[in-house]
Structure formats: C-alpha cells, structure tokens
Design a binder for this molecule. Structure first.
Ligand SMILES: [Zn+2]
Length: 87
C-alpha cells in the first residue's frame, strides 16, 4: 500500500519512468515524484484491533456464562459433601 506524501491519499499510481526509474503520480493533488509513503500492512492493524476486541468480548461473554455454572458445581459439591458426611 502506497500513499501520497503530500496529501496522504491512496489514489496514487506508479508511472514507469523513461530511464528505468519509477515515479508516482497522485490523482488527488497532482503530486508526481519518486517519493511515496509506503505501508506494509495498511489495513491490517485496524482489522486486528477489531478481531482482538471481538475475541475479548467473546471471552468476556464466555466468562459470564461460565461463572454461574462454576458456582452451581461448587454448590453441588458442597451438598454432596454434606450428604456424604451425614451418612
Ligand atoms: Zn496527493
């Protein structure tokens, strides 16, 4: 992913120069030159952030669902222990 160094637009495309060197031209502001801003993973950080947020929410939901079950099991064990001690 490349961006225009002047206006930070994604609307930039490479034009092959006459002597083997590439240069770029921006559709938005009309910039042209060899210098562009390059991003290796332009869209990934945001996606990862969303995925991590979803994952955390899932874990949170899971914890919320699991907690009452945990106490039910604890209660059952206590009841079983009390019954076991009585007999
Ligand atoms: Zn531009």
């Amino acid at each position: 992913m490349i961006r225009c160094p002047r206006c930070n637009s994604k609307e930039i495309y490479s034009v092959v120069g006459g002597y083997g060197g590439n240069y770029y031209r921006c559709k938005k502001c009309g910039y042209s030159g060899a210098l562009v801003v390059e991003y290796d993973n332009d869209e990934v950080p945001e996606e990862e952030h969303v995925l991590q947020k979803e994952y955390r929410e899932e874990v949170h939901e899971y914890e919320k669902k699991r907690r009452p079950l945990f106490w039910v099991i604890v209660a059952l064990i206590l009841i079983a222990a009390i019954l076991f001690i009585r007999f």
